[in-house]
Design a protein around this ligand. Sequence first.
Ligand SMILES: Nc1ncnc2c1ncn2[C@@H]1O[C@H](COP(=O)(O)OP(=O)(O)OP(=O)(O)O)[C@@H](O)[C@H]1O
Length: 280
Amino acid sequence: MSENPGGPDEPDGPDRPGPVLAVEGLRRSYGAVKAVDDVSFTLPHGGSLGIVGESGSGKTTTARIVVGLEYADEGEVHVRGRSRTERGRGRARRLARAREVQMVFQDPYSSLDPRTSVEAALRETLKLHFPERDHARRVRELLDQVGLGTRAADALPRRLSGGQRQRVAIARALAVEPAVLVLDEAVAALDVSVQAQILNLLADIREETSIGYLFITHDLGVVRCVTDEVIVMRHGAVVEAGRTEEVLADPQHPYTRLLLESVPRPGWDPERIAAARRAL
Ligand SMILES: Nc1ncnc2c1ncn2[C@@H]1O[C@H](COP(=O)(O)OP(=O)(O)OP(=O)(O)O)[C@@H](O)[C@H]1O
């Protein structure tokens, strides 16, 4: 049987027409809570889309549905034109789904196995997805790509800083050569200077590869830095969407304006923001 579950009908690359990721009419409720309420968006090949909103707005649930960690009550997720919402059967299909979309989580401390060295973690992933390849060479390439020296290769996660761990998590995701990388608050736990390094690294990787990014964040600074387009979520629904620079320079929805005004700066008045929030 073919080990290529994608089959010959799975074209790839930036020249392929259509978005790399298309999300249509997603809905997910938990009891009476509409966590995701009719969310649609597309991500072009090699593009970077931010999903921004406050805690509880439905960003993470949307991301988890895209990755396949959560199911949708309604709606469709397509990667490279192929549906992800049909439940895949069999190991080969599961691996193929994992190769389509990878996720980097907020907490680099809990996302790595404390007993596994960096090199072993990368080798494990490579063995699973590309059993026939030269893993030693690929491990070196991946470490190089995320700016980690060979010294880091032998280290256990606890010997690494938060920024280094996040580099390992990114390398492990890249090892799978996904079409889409979902980053859920991936720099939120890091110091500001380390955040900037990781965001620069992600920008470089996007330039070098045709990978598309879906950035889940509450941080408008992150959105400004690394996304081309943004959608703003509130109470599970998309309230505004557009080019990042346009949305941030000229927000149309009162909630987006409030999010922008909520960023602390000199002369900032939290009382006024709280009143505006109550009025919304
Ligand atoms: N497994 C679950 N069971 C019950 N309710 C849930 C579950 N997951 C999410 N919710 C609820 O769905 C809503 C959206 O949550 P979600 O985590 O997607 O928002 P978010 O914008 O990512 O917030 P945060 O940044 O705090 O994670 C919230 O009201 C949340 O309490």
